[in-house]
Ligand binder design. Sequence first.
Ligand SMILES: CC(C)(COP(=O)(O)OP(=O)(O)OC[C@H]1O[C@@H](n2cnc3c(N)ncnc32)[C@H](O)[C@@H]1OP(=O)(O)O)[C@@H](O)C(=O)NCCC(=O)NCCSC(=O)C[C@H](O)C(=O)O
Ligand SMILES: [Mg+2]
Length: 285
Amino acid sequence: MDMRSRPYRSVLYIPGSKDRALEKARGLPVDAIIFDLEDAVAVDEKTAARETLKAALAAGGYGARVRIVRINGLDTEWGRADAEAVAQMDCDAVLLPKVESAAQLDALAEITGDLPIWAMMETPRGMLNAVEIAAHPKMAGMVMGTNDLAKELQTRFRPDRLPMLTSLSMCLLAAKAEGLVIVDGVYNAFKDDEGLKAECTQGRDMGFDGKTLIHPAQVDIANTAFAPAPEEIDLARRQIAAFEAAEAEGQGVAVVDGKIVENLHVATAREILAKAEAIETIQAG
Ligand SMILES: CC(C)(COP(=O)(O)OP(=O)(O)OC[C@H]1O[C@@H](n2cnc3c(N)ncnc32)[C@H](O)[C@@H]1OP(=O)(O)O)[C@@H](O)C(=O)NCCC(=O)NCCSC(=O)C[C@H](O)C(=O)O
Ligand SMILES: [Mg+2]
C-alpha cells in the first residue's frame, strides 16, 4: 500500500511496560500503534519495559497496524540502549522524542540503520528547525507532541488551540513539503468525546493524516473524523466522472454542484477514493 493512501487515522500510544494494554491493542481497530518507552513508562520500569516490548513484538498479532516504537532521547541514560534494542525488534519505525535538529536523526540512524524514523515535534527549537528535520533522508513521519509544546510555550489550553496554530502549521508545511505522514497531538481528556471530536475535525481540516490517542475509547472518533465521509466519496466520484466527460468533449474544466472541477481537483478526488479503498482493505483484513 503506498504511503500517501495508507491510513493513519488513529495512532494509539501504548505504554511498553503494560502487558494488558499490549495484549488489548492486538484487537483494537487502530491504524498504527506507538509502543512507548518514554513518558508513559516510569523511571523504575524503563529497562524491564524494553524487554516486555521486545517479547510482545516478537509474539506478533498486530496485523496490518503500523508498529512504531518511541524510545527515550539519546541524551538520556536509556536512549542508546533503547535504540540498539529497537534495531533488533520486529517493528516498522522508530520514533525519537523532542527532535530539534537533523544531526540528532543522523545520530539515531547510525544505530538503527535502515529503519524509518519518525520525529516527535514538541519543542520551540524543533518547530524552528522543522524544515531540516523533515528533509532528513530517513524521515517517514512527524508526530505533534502538544503536551510538551504547551509546557515549553507556556500556553494555556483552549478548545480552539489558538496558541498552538503557528506550531502545528509550521510542522504541517515541513511535512507536506517532503511528502511525510503527519499526525496530530493527543487529547488528554479521554472521557470527553465532544471535545475530542472537535479537535479531530480541526486537525483533519488543517491537513493532518490522523490523531495520536491515549485510550481505546478514543479510537472510533478518530477513525471516523479522519476517514473520507460518504458525501466526500460521492462528490469525488461525481467530480471524476464529470471531468472525464468534459475532457472527452475537449474541455479542461467541468462543473459539479456549481463549482469548477479542474485536473488538480481530480487528483484530490482520486486520493480520497484511494484512502477510502485502503481503509476498506484494512477493515476487511
Ligand atoms: C490514561 C490511562 C492511564 C487510563 O488507563 P486505565 O485506567 O487502565 O483505563 P481503563 O480502565 O479505562 O482501560 C480500559 C481497558 O483499556 C486498556 N487500555 C487503557 N489504555 C490503553 C492504551 N493506551 N492502549 C491499549 N489498551 C489500553 C486497559 O488495559 C483496559 O483493558 P482491559 O482491562 O483488558 O479491559 C491509560 O489509558 C494509559 O496509560 N494511556 C496511555 C498514556 C500514554 O501513553 N501516555 C504517553 C503518551 S502521551 C504523550 O506523551 C504525547 C507527547 O509526547 C506530548 O508531549 O504531547
Ligand atoms: Mg512529549
